[in-house]
Design a protein around this ligand. Structure first.
Ligand code: NAD
Ligand code: DAU
Length: 340
């Protein structure tokens, strides 16, 4: 019998690699094909424990490479596609936005075009709550207007609109999830929670932007993966689903929690110049997703403690990442903020 085939783009990154493991556990009958360019953010080692076999194939390649994507679809005839592949870091999009436009918008369009010609079952575009812009009061619903404020968020919004246009114009079976800030194992140490954990382990300053009172709505990566899987299989085609766990916290609260978990002093927190156009607050109305039967299973404080333990136990994973290219990025993004 033919196994259902799923393409996971960006499957060597943070959420993508956790999603591949989720599929291995919960959909063992699936053949999972990962397509990943292995940018600075993607690592083959994130999937090192999964051997190449009938159930798993890894392809290094670019979603914006039309010939490669077309050949892969012709060969595999996918039943599902989940597009995680993206440039994802707001601060990098402020330093240089070109790669975001190329991958997040153009790359998504390449996938949609190939799907239009070759066909597939459901196509899930993994998007972000940042497309709504900052939400100063209440919570964003899926029908709210998009108001992105960073080049990253604008690129993701462009991809959302293109995916929805392909549903309307060509009838493609598109679904979109808009997830909130995610944390857990295998997150690149340039992002807030892993950066603060790994800096604190090394007694380095924690560079807190502005007054640190910005609010993010945190979700543990396993809960985010379960939501994507549910929407992929049971969501209504053509619809958008917000994915958030309702854990709204100020950044300074999260920084203090991390320091407490590591028994480090609060004096490590270093207020630095703010991110330009820093969104003050995100908040999602997730009633549409919850109506499908999803609920988060990981309380924030417990999941954060688990995540801190993972970084303590996996120094061999993150220490090499913080050398080389990362060190150069750190200088560019933080050098002036930390005083040279
Ligand atoms: P990540 O940066 O950890 O991983 C991105 C992956 O995409 C990497 O493996 C990278 O090598 C790959 N990639 C980049 N450009 C590519 C290209 N042109 N072709 C093929 N592969 C390419 O990102 P993440 O945090 O795991 O985010 C995954 C997705 O989820 C993204 O689409 C992001 O916008 C979305 N998202 C992330 C969060 C979050 O808090 N991390 C929240 C909501 C939505
Ligand atoms: O909301 C979903 C989004 O969450 C995803 O779409 C993005 O891919 C993901 O990177 C994340 O974006 P943020 O900009 O919210 O995440 P980041 O980890 O960069 O920052 C989280 C918060 O912490 C934000 O308010 C900025 C602040 N921050 C971040 C860093 C890296 C600091 O105060 N200091 C820092 O050094």
């Amino acid at each position: 019998m033919r196994r259902p085939r799923i393409l996971v783009t960006g499957g060597a990154g943070f959420i993508g690699s956790n999603f591949v493991r989720f599929l291995r556990s919960w959909r063992p009958e699936y053949r999972v094909v990962v397509l990943d360019k292995l940018t600075y953010a993607g690592r083959r080692e994130n999937l090192a424990d999964i051997p190449e076999c009938e159930r798993f194939r890894f392809v290094q390649g670019d979603i914006a490479d039309q010939a490669l994507v077309d050949a892969l679809f012709a060969e595999e005839r996918f039943d599902f596609v989940v597009n995680f592949a993206a440039e994802t870091h707001v601060d990098r999009s402020i330093l240089e936005a070109g790669a975001f436009i190329r991958t997040d918008i153009w790359g998504t369009w390449v996938l949609l075009e190939v799907v239009r010609r070759r066909g597939t079952g459901r196509f899930l575009q993994v998007s972000t709550d940042e497309v709504y812009g900052q939400v100063l009061e209440g919570s964003a619903a899926e029908s709210d207007p998009l108001a992105p404020r960073s080049p990253y968020a604008a690129s993701k919004a462009g991809a959302d609109l293109m995916a929805l246009a392909y549903h309307e114009t060509f009838g493609l079976p598109i679904l979109i999830t808009r997830g909130s800030n995610t944390f857990g194992p295998y997150q690149h140490p340039e992002k807030f929670i892993p950066l603060f954990i790994t800096n604190a382990i090394d007694d380095q300053p924690l560079p807190l932007y502005g007054d640190g009172r910005q609010v993010r709505d945190w979700i543990y990566v396993a809960d985010h993966c379960a939501a994507i899987d549910l929407v992929l299989h049971q969501g209504e085609v053509g619809r958008v689903y917000n994915v958030g766990a309702g854990n709204e916290r100020e950044n300074i609260q999260v920084a203090r929690l991390i320091l407490r978990l590591l028994s480090k002093p609060e004096s490590l927190i270093r207020p630095v110049a703010d991110r330009p156009a820093h969104d003050r607050r995100y908040s999602l109305d997730t009633s549409r997703l919850r109506a499908l039967g999803w609920a988060p299973r990981h309380p924030f404080e417990e999941a954060l403690a688990e995540t801190v333990r993972w970084y303590q136990d996996n120094e061999a994973w993150w220490r090499p990442i913080k050398q080389g290219e990362f060190a150069e990025f750190y200088r560019r993004n933080y050098g002036h903020r930390l005083g040279g």
